[in-house]
Structures are given as structure tokens and as C-alpha cells.
Ligand binder design. Structure first.
Ligand code: DX5
Ligand code: ZN
Length: 219
């Protein structure tokens, strides 16, 4: 199987049966747990916070990939590290001192990522790309699951891939929003190597098969 990471987004899980959904991901071909934290300020929605992440961490046996859709995330980096985050991604648009934020995340010995909203040009990462482990390209406007994929994302992936080849070839290029077996191959071919999927996985009749489907789609 090709070198593709699948990260189901827990936002689309059944919160009344969270442990069951966590175990499903543990037992599946998925690689990471994608955890969406929203503050109702940076994005027009509030998802869940520390107590829920604590509950997830208790059962999760795979990498916790934490996507912070919050203003001034520096305030909470340590909390998320203590809750088991192995990757913390902050938004370019939410950080006035992005380099400092990245240094702070790395100071805890975990991976640091930067997410870009659909309107944000990848060129803006040129002076930070050498210092980060992951770029998350939002392929929907952040805040909600279940939205339609924005087609312009492919061009952004290609531009980012070019930049990463030259400056940081180990960079994870993660796509978040509207990912399914319909676009997985095209995303992979454009240069993406991490696919986040919420509604496609948890809305499927058989979520484990949906995860395998994403992996097979890129072959
Ligand atoms: C959106 C979140 C996504 C979301 C993806 O703001 O960052 O991770 O859960 O959900 P789907 O796959 O349903 O678009
Ligand atoms: Zn996300």
C-alpha cells in the first residue's frame, strides 16, 4: 500500500458512544486521530475541549493530531501536550507570532503544523516551512464537518509540494475537509500524504471499510 496517512476526524463521531468510535479507529487501518478544537472566535462554531480530549486519550492507541482552530493558541499549547497531542497544528491566520508558536510546540518534543484557510496563499509559508513538520490545507472553510470540497485546493497542494521538495521534503501535506474516495487519488497525485476524513468515515455504513477505501483509492 502507498505511503498515505488516513486521519479520521473525531468531530464526526457519535459523542454518545465515543469509546466505541475510538475503538473502531484503533482496530482500523487508520493512522492518526484528527482532533478538531474550535473556540467560537476564530471559527463560528464550538466543538469540544479538554475534558473530551482527556476521554479520547484514555482509549486512543494512535497518534493524536490536534487541529487548533482557536485564536492565540499559545495560551493552550501546554494543556494539549499534557493531554497527549503528538502533533499540534495552529492556523496561520490565528497567530501574530507564528515562529514563536512553532518554537513553543517544538519545545515539548512534539510535531508542529500550520493550517491555511482556503483563501490563504501557500507562498506565505516560505519563511516558516523549514521549521515545521506539517501543513494542513483546509479544503473547506473551517468550523464544520460535512461541507463540500473546494476545488482550488489541488493547485495549492501542487504549489506547496514544489516548495516542500526544495526546502523540506519530509513535510506532511494534510488535506482537511470534504475528503472522500472521490477525490483521494487526485489529492494524493497532487502531493498530499495525509487525508483527514470526518463525515465520509463516520457517515459510512461500515467506517472501517471506508478507511480502507481511502487507502485503496490512492493505489
Ligand atoms: C473542519 C474540520 C475538519 C472536519 C472535516 O473545520 O477541521 O477536520 O471535521 O470534516 P469532513 O471530512 O466531514 O469535511
Ligand atoms: Zn480539522
Amino acid at each position: 500500500m502507498k505511503d498515505i496517512i488516513v486521519a479520521p476526524s473525531v468531530l464526526a463521531a457519535d459523542f454518545g458512544n465515543l469509546q466505541q468510535d475510538i475503538e473502531m479507529i484503533n482496530d482500523s487501518e487508520a493512522n492518526w486521530f484528527h482532533i478538531d478544537i474550535m473556540d467560537g472566535m476564530f471559527v463560528p462554531n464550538i466543538s469540544f475541549g479538554m475534558p473530551v480530549l482527556e476521554a479520547i486519550q484514555k482509549h486512543a492507541k494512535k497518534t493524536l493530531d490536534v487541529h487548533l482552530m482557536i485564536q492565540d493558541p499559545d495560551r493552550y499549547i501546554k494543556n494539549f501536550v499534557d493531554l497527549g497531542a503528538k502533533i499540534i497544528t495552529v492556523h496561520y491566520e490565528a497567530c501574530s507570532h507564528l515562529h514563536r508558536t512553532i518554537q513553543l510546540i517544538h519545545s515539548y518534543g512534539i510535531k508542529a503544523g500550520v493550517a491555511l484557510n482556503p483563501h490563504t496563499n501557500v507562498e506565505l509559508l516560505k519563511n516558516i516551512i523549514a521549521d515545521i513538520d506539517l501543513v494542513c490545507l483546509m479544503s473547506v472553510n473551517p468550523g464544520f464537518g460535512g461541507q463540500s470540497f473546494i476545488e482550488n485546493t489541488y493547485e495549492k497542494i501542487r504549489d506547496l509540494k514544489e516548495m516542500s521538495k526544495q526546502i523540506n521534503p519530509k513535510l506532511f501535506i494534510e488535506i482537511d475537509g470534504g475528503v472522500s474516495t472521490k477525490n483521494a487519488k487526485k489529492l494524493y497525485n497532487a502531493g498530499a500524504n495525509v487525508l483527514v476524513a470526518g463525515s465520509f468515515v463516520f457517515g459510512a455504513e461500515n467506517p472501517k471499510e471506508a478507511i480502507v477505501g481511502l487507502k485503496q483509492a490512492v493505489v
